[in-house]
Design a protein around this ligand. Structure first.
Ligand code: AMP
Length: 413
């Protein structure tokens, strides 16, 4: 006997109530986003590696350590998508969406892949629902997207949600700030973790995410990007805040929020849940006014977010899951009635009923048991005396002509 094959580490099957809960989440997301004018988009599960290297940024953890990258056999480097924003921007460019009325508003739901160390709430294949608005730098776009994610989290019932918000300014302002932060980090080099020290040149902002106690102490007094914003960036941020205040969405300004991906400009935000433990990020995003240029397009502003499906469901109550109604359960007393039974079930479904055929070779007794488990309203058993039709609700049973079954399940026995 050979070893049984299992799912790869960091992946899992989605079954039963979990599958129903996902379906419900998708329905909420669809309703809330499409009501605001966001259209569904599907992009490929894999893309050219260059898209993520250039779009997400060479210095990020995602690109440096977490991508599933392979040769497609023809010498092309391919990567399973680790995130959705760069692919959506690629699709915007490739499909000439700049010719549509701007901003173009899109949403997606799908699987993403990161080769991380699995733990509670962190997987190697996970699902995200995401939304992007490309082609406008209006702060109302930022505020609207944040409000929409808040609405989705509320609809799903995600518990103990907090929203943190900051601004990273424009690339120019950030370049100046980066140099200032690098000088500060070098001056405190001996107190930093090796990891942070190694990345002073490449990605100094990530020092704000460190758990290392020495680094944390250093970062408490570190200069903040939020204090270095230019006038326009500050005004943009003030407007986002005012719009959120106006709809009563509570948030905290967190000057240490940098987020893991390189492409963010101006607004960044994150929803966390204290019910989640270490991996507390439920969803987040921000503005990425330079991303489309990074991947070869003209300067085009954009803003978006992604939220983890597994994490949203981990922190929300399981929805009540009733089995879908079943109008008719069809079985046959003898093999020679199998074809007619098969046809009856198919005809019933075509007429708009829900109908299942007995496929387990059960006895009559077993058939009734199974029909009851499946929640069937009527059971039809084809036999020598025509069809025995039982109303499972009243317990009444009659022999009827097989071709009148449909009439009876519509109008009663
Ligand atoms: P990010 O693209 O890193 O901003 O992630 C957005 C959201 O996706 C996070 O807030 C999580 O909810 C979810 N997420 C990211 N990485 C993972 C992972 N490895 N496993 C499960 N969920 C994840």
């Amino acid at each position: 006997l050979s070893d049984r094959i299992k799912t790869p580490r960091g992946t899992s099957d989605v079954l039963g109530d979990d599958a129903l809960a996902r379906e419900q989440l998708e329905r909420h997301a669809k309703r809330i986003l499409e009501r605001a004018g966001y259209a569904r988009i599907e992009t490929p599960t894999f893309e050219s590696t260059a898209l993520f290297a250039r779009g997400v940024g060479e210095s990020t953890d995602v690109v440096q350590k977490e991508m599933y990258t392979f040769d497609d056999g023809g010498g092309n480097s391919i990567t399973l998508r680790p995130e959705g924003t760069a692919p959506v921007c690629r699709a915007y460019l490739e499909n000439g969406m700049h010719k549509l009325p701007q901003p173009v508003k899109l949403w997606y739901l799908g699987a993403f892949f990161r080769s991380e160390r699995p733990q509670h709430g962190r997987y190697r294949q996970f699902w995200q629902v995401g939304a992007e608005a490309i082609g406008s730098d209006d702060p109302a776009v930022d505020a609207e997207l944040i409000v929409l994610l808040a609405e989705i989290l509320e609809a799903i019932g995600v518990q103990q949600v907090r929203l943190v918000l900051s601004s990273l300014g424009t690339p120019d302002a950030r370049a100046g700030y980066k140099a200032e932060l690098q000088a500060y980090l070098r001056a405190h080099e001996h107190d930093l973790s090796a990891d942070v020290r190694d990345r002073i040149d490449l990605n100094p902002l990530r020092a704000f995410d460190a758990d290392h106690p020495g680094t944390k102490r250093v970062m408490e007094a570190a200069p903040r990007m939020l204090d270095r914003l230019g006038d326009e960036d500050r005004e943009h941020f003030e407007t986002v805040r005012r719009l959120l205040d106006g709809v009563g969405l509570a948030y905290e300004v967190d000057t240490t929020l940098v987020r893991g991906l390189d492409y963010y400009t101006r607004t960044v935000f994150e929803f966390t849940s204290d019910a989640l433990g270490a991996q507390s990020g439920v969803g987040g995003g921000g503005r990425y006014d330079g991303l489309i240029e990074q991947i070869g397009g003209p300067h085009t502003p954009g803003m978006g977010w992604a939220a983890g499906v597994e994490r949203m469901l981990l922190t929300s109550p399981s929805p009540p899951t009733a089995p879908p109604p079943l109008d008719l359960y069809v079985a046959y007393a003898k093999p020679e009635y199998k074809d007619t039974a098969f046809r009856l079930a198919a005809d019933a479904r075509r007429a708009g009923h829900s109908a299942q055929l007995e496929l387990g070779g059960r006895s009559v007794k077993g058939t009734f048991k199974q029909a009851d488990r499946a929640g069937a309203r009527y059971v039809a058993i084809l036999g020598d005396e025509g069809t025995a039709l039982r109303d499972m609700e009243s317990g009444e049973q009659r022999d009827v002509e097989t071709d009148t079954v449909m009439h009876h399940i519509t109008h009663g026995l």
